[in-house]
Design a protein. Structure first.
Lengths: 318, 358
């Protein structure tokens, strides 16, 4: 009885008693959710266009951020470094397509998945070799990103918003909007959607798969760079950041592997659910439940919708 | 020349369907077993036994376990590390409560606990497929890992939070704990692995194996020809987790002699998956090849710069190791996506028709 009270009543009583704390937790969850959504977005882009479940997205985030900071450390002006990093991501996309995807075309999903593991190792090794394994500080000021916090009085206390978090939300929203326009309105965007629908049909109307793959990997690289800047600004740029890729996986299956709106909604659900769960229900279980709570949420959704919330309906034929 | 089956006639269906239909293969496997059981313990030093052979055999067993699930039944799982952990912790609890029972029995029996947990987390596989299932099994990985850290009862309230392996004997000879020699442990590991490989081979060549493969190739069609998917998939999860559980118990009890929860972290799951893929999906032989390559490759890579006297910092070597390992994985996948087992088959075929090309 007491346990039931602790699970089903007490957390809500706490939420009611301290609305400012609740609002703060909710905001933290939303920001985390936006960042998860950004990583998931990188996954979805690649999965849609090439059917590759790209495990390397997490390390691409780290690699992009490291390149940016590393270049700046060597005296390159911040915005030039940003441009150069984008060039590096393009080179990466190009070489991935040439050396990995093209020889492996038409292999089963699991083989391609494994290949992205190989890519993960390569990027870890390369990143450490070039930039060293030490954590670095993101060049927030040089990129004119705001810092500090805004405090609002209300709800019976204070709610504070980090400015960088607000910036992250705005930039992420902008990015999604740009991607949406790109997908819906441009010629390349249409080609991308055609490839996502059917590789063979796209080939038969003259769309170059190779070109499309370079473009999506490049787009995923740019998304990774944005994510890297945002995460880096909130904590620091280090290789431990790559585990956030594992955080993005439940987001991905919750939203559906092929859906961009799914990635966003999934990210927000997971981010908020995780923070609220950790804050209000975590102490019951002894804390640290963040690592698996997201997966359990996602699993719960999956049992009812096996293709995720927004995923394409899986039609099976004999 | 030597590898010809000319003149070896098969007079019965059983002979034709044998696992090793060719005499030379049977001789070969006999020689391998002889070397493994007799020659290596006699000539091998502690380094070879402790740092190469024991882990290689244990990882092979875990890879066989995952291969039964991923290679034979087509269910992608990333929770291998956690299922191995269940075996290790179950074994510790069993031998704590019943110290008089032989440890080898408990190592095998701990597989049943792991199998039960595997079935529980295998339940979603009925509705979820492909990568969705892979991520769902990650839930098992993270949840169980959390349990290993947060539930002190599991590690007997040890202050270090690690499994401390008690001393147990087999027929009066110490088998676990600090006094056990590498040779004893090696022989026990080898016996268990050989036995369980034999069981696995019989499973996959029989009715159950065909059932699994039918599910792998197309589960809808398999259901239509009368295979009960629920049973087939859960059985695959159970058997696979059983193998992983035994491997996990052996890692702690017969190799490390004490371990923390991070031994069973997600990296371990990925490592085993590598072994299965590089070795070859759906082949038992491949599991051994994969384990050998993925486990022994880093050891070799570490030794190469020393052997050539290259002046490299240890940190640089480690980074290069990552780089080379990653590149090699991609190269292997490009060269032979069906794995090393396929290369082995091609090699045998070439030997058979040698000196003619075909």
């Amino acid at each position: 009885m007491h346990l039931l009270y602790q699970i089903f009543v007490d957390p809500f009583v706490q939420m009611g008693a301290a609305p400012d704390l609740f609002a703060q937790t909710l905001w933290d969850g939303l920001v985390a959710g936006v960042l998860y959504a950004l990583i998931a977005l990188g996954f979805v882009l690649i999965f849609k266009a090439s059917g590759v479940f790209n495990f390397a997205q997490g390390i691409m985030v780290v690699f992009a951020a490291l390149t940016l900071v590393g270049l700046h450390e060597h005296g390159v002006p911040a915005f030039l470094a940003l441009g150069l990093t984008i060039v590096v991501m393009f080179v990466l996309a190009f070489s991935v397509e040439r050396l990995m995807l093209r020889p492996l075309v038409n292999q089963s999903d699991v083989i391609l998945f494994m290949a992205t593991f190989g890519l993960t190792y390569i990027l870890i090794g390369l990143g450490q070799l070039i930039f060293g394994g030490n954590p670095k500080v993101m060049i927030t000021n040089e990129l004119y990103l705001p810092s500090g916090e805004l405090r609002f009085k209300g709800l019976g206390g204070f709610v504070s918003f980090q400015k960088i978090d607000i910036a992250a939300v705005i930039i992420a929203s902008l990015m999604v909007a740009v991607l949406a326009v790109f997908f819906q309105r441009t010629r390349i965007g249409r080609a991308l959607r055609a490839v996502a629908d059917s590789h063979q049909a796209a080939l038969s109307v003259g769309i170059s798969l190779e070109q499309i793959w370079v473009i999506v990997w490049f787009a995923a690289g740019v998304v990774a760079l944005t994510t890297g800047i945002m995460w880096g600004a909130r904590s620091e740029v280090s290789f431990s950041l790559q585990i956030i890729a594992l955080k993005a996986l439940p987001v991905l299956i919750l939203g559906g592997l092929t859906s961009i709106p799914g990635a966003i909604v999934g990210g927000l659900i997971i981010g908020v659910g995780e923070k609220l769960g950790e804050f209000y229900w975590g102490p019951l279980l002894g804390g640290g439940i963040e690592t698996w709570f997201a997966y359990v949420i996602a699993l719960g959704f999956l049992v009812f919708r096996p293709q995720g919330l927004f995923g394409e309906k899986i039609i099976e034929r004999i | 020349m030597l590898y010809r089956e000319v003149g070896q006639y098969k007079t019965s269906y059983a002979a034709d369907m044998a696992v090793f239909p060719i005499l030379q293969d049977r001789i070969g496997i006999g020689v391998i077993l002889l070397v493994a059981f007799v020659v290596i313990p006699l000539i091998g030093n502690d380094f070879l036994l402790q740092a190469v052979m024991i882990p290689f055999l244990i990882f092979s067993l875990a890879a066989i376990g995952l291969n039964l699930l991923t290679g034979y039944t087509g269910l992608l799982s990333l929770g291998t590390g956690a299922f191995m952990g269940v075996g290790a912790y179950a074994c510790l609890k069993l031998t704590t409560y019943f110290p008089q029972v032989n440890i080898v029995i408990w190592i095998i029996a701990s597989g049943f606990f792991s199998a039960a947990v595997g079935v529980l987390f295998g339940l979603p596989s009925l509705r979820i497929k492909g990568f969705y299932l892979a991520v769902a099994t990650l839930a098992a990985q993270f949840f169980l890992e959390w349990c290993f850290i947060r539930i002190p009862w599991l590690y007997n309230y040890a202050i270090s939070g690690a499994i401390e392996v008690p001393k147990r004997t087999l027929a009066g000879i110490p088998l676990t704990g600090p006094t056990a020699t590498a040779t004893t442990r090696y022989l026990v590991v080898l016996s268990i692995v050989v036995l369980m490989t034999w069981v696995a081979s019989n499973l996959v060549h029989g009715r159950i194996g065909r059932m699994w493969m039918a599910v792998r190739d197309m589960d809808l069609a398999a259901e239509l020809i009368g295979i009960r998917l629920l049973r087939a998939k859960l059985l695959a999860f159970a058997v696979s987790s059983f193998y992983c559980g035994v491997a996990g118990a052996m890692i702690v009890f017969l190799w490390y002699g004490g371990a923390e929860a991070n031994v069973f972290a997600i990296d371990q799951s990925f490592l085993i998956l590598f072994m299965v893929i590089i070795g070859g999906l759906g082949t038992l032989m491949g599991s051994f090849f994969g384990a050998a390559l993925i486990y022994i490759l880093p050891i070799v890579l570490r030794m190469v710069p020393e052997a050539f006297g290259l002046p490299l910092y240890p940190a640089t070597v480690e980074h290069l190791q990552f780089l080379i390992l990653g590149a090699l994985i991609i190269v292997f996948l490009v060269v032979e996506p069906s794995g090393l087992a396929r290369l082995w088959q091609i090699g045998k075929q070439k030997l058979r028709v040698w000196p003619f090309p075909y």
